[in-house]
Design a protein around this ligand. Sequence first.
Ligand code: NAD
Length: 271
Amino acid sequence: MGWLEGRVALVTGGASGIGRAVVERFLAEGARVAVLDSSGKNIAAMQGHFPDLVMVEGDVSSFEDNERAVAAAVEAHGGLDTFIGNAGIFDYFAPVATTPGATLASSFDEIFAVNVKGYLLGVKAALPALLESTSPSIVFTLSNGAFLPAGGGTVYTASKHAAVGLIRQLAYELAPRVRVNGVAPGGTLTDLRGASSLGHAETSLLDVPDFPDLVRATNPLGIVQQAADHTGPYVLLASPENAAAVTGVVINSDGGMQVRGLAQAAGGTDL
Ligand SMILES: NC(=O)c1ccc[n+]([C@@H]2O[C@H](COP(=O)([O-])OP(=O)(O)OC[C@H]3O[C@@H](n4cnc5c(N)ncnc54)[C@H](O)[C@@H]3O)[C@@H](O)[C@H]2O)c1
């Protein structure tokens, strides 16, 4: 029997990368799942593999689109137990010093609208349905950039730090009814796109030269993370039986970036 038997989850950005891996893992654990994603192309590609999956095309920065996705999940599956805020966009390390002021301003609005407002509006839309569940939970995808510099530029890093604030305040406000937690992946081989205001709508991490080497060199475990590597923490945090007392925390799933130290990041000692 799976850890999420009989549970219902809604995953934003669930048609690609980490979100898609979470969806596939939740299905394998016995959950029924709905997805909200802005990419019709990604939805079409995934729906072919999972014909019964509820997939809604829409933008997480729109409250109405979040409401539509919640309604579709509830209608198809009879309720909602877990909301997973995951859809995100990147700034491709845009430096403050060389980015024109107007571009910086619009990239802030664009990135915060998805990475921060998208999570907040998703929670607001999901809350009435979550409160009907006997053991509701919320999980957000953060990043090593939620705690450390250099996992992106200033705007992306600030947006992921802001999402830590959402977790802490929501865990406080929604207790004792709803548990609220996060998973913070390190650099992961996905199709993560950048802000269009920075000219990076079509830029993908998969195209960044040496990205796997960069990831390997900056985490002490020396691993190049795949989306599926992160799914266990989401399952744990969504499972009332296995995380009944866990709220307001973030599980780092980044190969140990918090313990990089001052010397060589990967490699350690000969053991
Ligand atoms: N890939 C990494 O290295 C990495 C590391 C740490 C954290 N993250 C975070 O993981 C999350 C998922 O990213 P990923 O790497 O799987 O990228 P991805 O591009 O493979 O998946 C993101 C999905 O979100 C969707 N999306 C983007 N903007 C949206 C919007 N406004 N409304 C609805 N859907 C939208 C995209 O269409 C896509 O299907 C993001 O929050 C990202 O910041 C990624």
